[in-house]
Design a protein around this ligand. Structure first.
Ligand code: C2O
Ligand code: CU
Ligand code: CU
Length: 465
């Protein structure tokens, strides 16, 4: 790995600098949430849009004191928001200006496998690749991150991740908050362990069952707040952590509404007080602040640790004609999947640490694990085999599609999983059925989204013909 301290010995070792993984409330001064820039594209007369994304090394002022050595896309940390439209032709020029191999994976995007950016498509230092595709899905919040074999965990940990917003006619017309950075915020949630010199040391923080940190970093900001009006605020949450599962709630335990899952709008807003996100999962939520007044503060919490403070600094000038909680009742029209058939495929996740496997095997780039037909709908059953230790939650992710969850252990999925998904939690002992239709031919990965499990081979590939 490219950035080990000299001679591999960490200067903090032996000084009591123990790696801890329990989240703590940071003592850093509160800072306004960093907003990723909206990437400027070049529109062609034919309506296609072109973007350039460069993976690069940099240094970022994350904490007081030393800046942190980081990776980023078109900047020193994380990436910009890439906005594309349903039906649009897109060109992305990807460049690797780092001194290590990487890849550009578009998590949740329905693209051919030569665009997908999995381990078969590494981009070596100094190299570039041009990708072309047509957006073949509805409004949604997706993300991109590296996926080169065995090193995804390290590169995400050091800062490589960005967001993709797909918009369409539905998202244009729905009366939802959509002013970027005013009432519509990207919220990329990650946990990191900072060494005493403020550096990230992946090798030292590394855990084969998932690398955790004790400090929450949201869009690259520690102890972040946003200033908002007392109106509805939309948060586009991404669990961009290597391994941590979150249980979000509001500090006063009030109700919020989930409006979108991984692959786009749910059919209707789902009222909830608690939301779990496993690594790789997204959710868009609406927090209705209309009953709060200027000066009040409400926090998005992970259990008892603040994630993001919402500070009301201004009364809305809008007439209070609407019901405080009125949201559109129909957001999308997604038909229910057919849960009557037998599964076409059964996939079993098992193990922990270095012993993780899918169907008893570890990833082999030369081996095709499953075959499917393009455009054909299949039912997949994914099992998480419990073991003597009780097992652990594995987030299952499948490339190249958005799927429907048919059932969890024979029961209908919870309301917020009754929409398009690309990543789902598998609890120990779970048996989950999903309905999958691949829109493109090629070779696609399915894997655990604990990045260290993925890097250790908890990944398989399906050949779509
Ligand atoms: Cu988000 Cu195969 O990855
Ligand atoms: Cu993916
Ligand atoms: Cu796993």
């Amino acid at each position: 790995s490219g950035r080990m301290p000299e001679m591999g010995m960490n200067p903090n070792m032996g000084m009591g600098g123990e790696v801890t993984t329990e989240l703590v409330t940071s003592t850093e001064k509160e800072k306004e949430l960093a907003l990723p820039p909206l990437l400027e594209g070049t529109l062609s007369p034919d309506g296609s849009i072109s973007y350039t994304i460069v993976a690069q090394e940099g240094s970022t002022q994350l904490k007081e004191g030393n800046p942190t050595q980081t990776y980023g896309y078109n900047g020193s940390l994380l990436g910009p928001v890439i906005r594309i439209r349903s039906g649009q032709k897109v060109n992305i020029q990807t460049e690797n200006s780092m001194d290590v191999s990487t890849s550009f994976h578009w998590h949740g995007l329905k693209v051919p496998s030569n665009v997908d950016g999995g381990p078969h498509n590494p981009i070596e230092p100094g190299e570039a690749a041009n990708l072309q595709f047509t957006v073949n899905q509805g409004a949604s919040t997706l993300w991109f991150h590296p996926h080169a074999e065995g090193i995804a965990g390290e590169q995400v940990y050091e800062g490589l991740a960005g967001l993709i917003y797909i918009e369409d006619e539905n998202s244009d017309t729905l009366p939802l908050p959509k002013e970027y950075g005013i009432n519509d915020f990207p919220v990329v949630i990650q946990d990191r362990f900072f060494e005493r010199d403020n550096q990230l040391d992946y090798a030292r923080a590394y855990n084969p069952d998932g690398t955790y940190g004790d400090t929450l970093v949201v869009n690259g900001t520690i102890n972040s707040y946003i200033e908002v009006k007392n109106e509805k605020v939309r948060l586009r949450l991404l669990n961009g952590s290597n391994a941590r599962n979150y249980q979000f709630r509001l500090s006063d335990n009030s109700t919020f509404y989930q409006i979108a899952s991984d692959g786009g709008f749910l059919n209707e807003p789902i009222p909830m007080e608690n939301l779990q996100l496993v690594p790789g999962e997204r959710a868009e939520i609406i927090v209705d602040l209309s009953s709060y007044s200027t000066g009040e503060k409400i926090k998005l919490m992970e259990e008892n640790v603040p994630v993001l403070a919402l500070t009301i600094t201004e009364e809305t000038t809008e007439e209070p004609t609407e019901e405080p909680s009125s949201l559109p009742t129909t957001l999308n029209i997604i038909s229910k999947g057919d849960d009557t058939g037998n599964p076409d495929k059964v996939i079993t996740f098992s193990g922990m640490g270095h012993m993780v496997a899918i169907d008893g095997k570890r990833f082999d780039m030369e081996r095709v694990d499953l075959r499917a037909k393009v455009g054909t709908t299949e039912v997949w059953e994914i099992d998480n085999a419990p073991d003597m230790m009780g097992g652990m939650i594995h987030p299952f992710h499948l490339h190249g599609v958005q799927f429907k969850v048919l059932s969890r252990n024979g029961n209908p999925p919870p309301a917020n999983e009754q929409g398009w998904k690309d990543t789902i939690a598998l609890y120990p002992g779970d048996s989950v059925r999903i309905e999958v239709t691949f829109p493109e031919k090629g070779i696609f990965m399915y894997h655990c989204h604990i990045l260290e499990h993925e890097d250790n081979g908890m990944m398989g590939q399906v050949l779509v013909e």
